[in-house]
Design a protein around this ligand. Sequence first.
Ligand SMILES: Cc1cc2nc3c(=O)[nH]c(=O)nc-3n(C[C@H](O)[C@H](O)[C@H](O)COP(=O)(O)OP(=O)(O)OC[C@H]3O[C@@H](n4cnc5c(N)ncnc54)[C@H](O)[C@@H]3O)c2cc1C
Length: 332
Amino acid sequence: VSETISIIGAGVIGSTTGIEIAKGGRRVEVLTDPDETYSAHKGGVGIMEDQGLLPPDSGPLAFIDMKQVNDTGLRAWHQLEGSESWQGIVARRKVTYLSTDPDKDTSFLGDCLPEQNARRLESEDLQAHLRDAGYCVGASFETSIVNTKLAGEQLRREFENFGGRLTKKLIRNYDDVPGDGVIVDTTGLGRRMFLGDERIWGKRGQTLILKGDHGLTEVLSAPGEPISYNLVPIDEQTLLIGATKEEHDYERRADPLTRDSFVREGARIWPAVKKLRVFEDRVCFRPMADRLIVQRFVAKGRRVIVVNGLGGGGWSVCFGLAPYIASLAIAA
Ligand SMILES: Cc1cc2nc3c(=O)[nH]c(=O)nc-3n(C[C@H](O)[C@H](O)[C@H](O)COP(=O)(O)OP(=O)(O)OC[C@H]3O[C@@H](n4cnc5c(N)ncnc54)[C@H](O)[C@@H]3O)c2cc1C
């Protein structure tokens, strides 16, 4: 009888890796923190991009073809987009990038624009409005939007449907992991906490869900320092504002000052935000380190594989990495 493979963390990497292992018929258990204290996928929104995903220094991953990782991730997404069970979670949306810096207009998209089929903004009304609000006109292209919280829940269900076992348990040490099979550590920011890995630090992300007639039909995305804003229409009555605060901050509660500044900045980009009701806000953490880490070592006799898929391109990278990590775990 083969040993059970244990995965710590039911984020996007843990769940997709678990699905890949379970599909292959191996016994696999995912152990995850019931309180979700440090969880990136609770953020509420993810924008899938096929550019900007390559880590500047691929470090321990140099032997992996990152282009292939990205392609696999995007293929998985496109399959999900076409699948009925994911309807309402993933949508194709037009994204408009905005900038307040005329020199940065579209340059941050670099050479990827032609590949992305990107075009200059077409709507003159929208262009005029954005200029009035102090933004220079950016670029606009189609991308995938995902409600990451719902998608995370769905991935866990899918893992269980494939025969995987999901256990709610906070792991404080590798000794807490039952059995003696290989451990796949996908705890993201949590890893900093329980192993004291100082290279992993957090950016706090806060997301507001607003209710009311907003009239926005495409995603507006305003990159900036220290905060980048995304305005994402979920449906006619629901608008989401997501942003990541660029600082180390392990305080978890939603910050009213941050919320107010999101509403103010959101209203600057899209005035209808002012008359909307704040329905909910969420806070989560986005782990940041060397952008992508895959490590293998032995801890007290247990074989451990550590994976952290980090940064703005996290989701598609994570989807792409899952088959590779699953193959490492099965072979270990
Ligand atoms: C505001 C915000 C916006 C973002 N926007 C985008 C975007 O537009 N596009 C994009 O691609 N990516 C985006 N990301 C990044 C993306 O969310 C992450 O890259 C991705 O979720 C990382 O997946 P993960 O599985 O590594 O980590 P996580 O989703 O954090 O999963 C880790 C899991 O491990 C669990 N865990 C942690 N410690 C322990 C422990 N000790 N014991 C048991 N369980 C534990 C956690 O509870 C969690 O469930 C954003 C992140 C934030 C915060």
